[in-house]
Design a protein around this ligand. Sequence first.
Ligand SMILES: [Zn+2]
Ligand SMILES: [Zn+2]
Length: 368
Amino acid sequence: MSTQAIPIEKERKTTAKTMAAFVMHGIGKVGFMEKPLIEDPGPNGAIIKTTKALICTSDTHTVSGAIGDRKDLTLGHEGVGVVYKLGREVRGVKEGDRVAVNAITPCYKCENCLRGFPSQCTQMLGGWKFANIKDGVFAEYFHLNDAEANLALIPGSVSDEKAVYTSDMMSTGFMGAEHADIPIGGTVAIFAQGPVGLMATAGARLLGAGLIFAVESVPKRKELARHFGADLIVDFQQKDPVQTILNLTGGRGVDSSIEALGSESTLEACIQVTRPGGTISNIGYHGQGEYLRIPRAAWGVGMGDKTIRTGLCPGGRERMQRLLRLLETDRVDPTPLTTHTFKFGDIDRAFRMMSRKEDGIIKPLIVF
Ligand SMILES: [Zn+2]
Ligand SMILES: [Zn+2]
């Protein structure tokens, strides 16, 4: 055997590799930094090479201090990519696969997960790990815990840009409609048509709502609300939405309502427009104040059979596969929500625009 034929072990890099990440340095402070590339996914984890990501309004809430201070925490929880390294215990995916990852990545082993509430993994809201208790997805690579339960293969016909909407917007918006318990042919009022509200509208249509009211005043959002399935747009700057919805339902109110803003006034309005026996589904992130008020009389002084449901973006492979199926069969196309596209190197500009909601921005897509 000649020396040329002897397999030469590939050179091992001894210097630690780094990667670019977009981080929260502290409350109100964001920027790029170089972080060491994690080479070891751990037995059950995965390292994903990010291909596409979306900025969320909740990233801007985080930076303004809604969950307290963080030091150099990588932001972002909506991302898709390619499996770069996989833990030895992870089955069902392989390195190089295109995968979608939910914003919420529960362990699927703890008591709350086993009780059927994985978004509340270990503790309330504990399924929310990215850009909360661990680095998020606004980096060239990110680490995912409990990968077998949290990774979903992206079907070949589904683009990354579509798939990235399963991380949060589709899952949370559709949960809003699922939790609203809309009877087939029933009436539903959805307060606010930001990206999650718009996906709630799409979800209500998919679930068979008979009449969808969308409360919104921004022209582009009103137009998208119609596109995604709203029958009637109630512009709260032109008329009182509660009175309008009550009038248009013959004074009865709606079967279901969805709060998709995270403000006290819209939660109150939801309770007011929902008929007895109906359900108020909250998907808004109430980032301010100590208490939220419930309108006592409209709540039937506590005896109106009105249910208020809450939830946090459901994750997990099984749900992600169902959301991806909706994209594969073209039941819904979330990409009209992408109003702006930026390279990862310009994410600081995208983030500033998202914080100030400039130029009619709805979702900025980040391309890696
Ligand atoms: Zn989000
Ligand atoms: Zn858990």
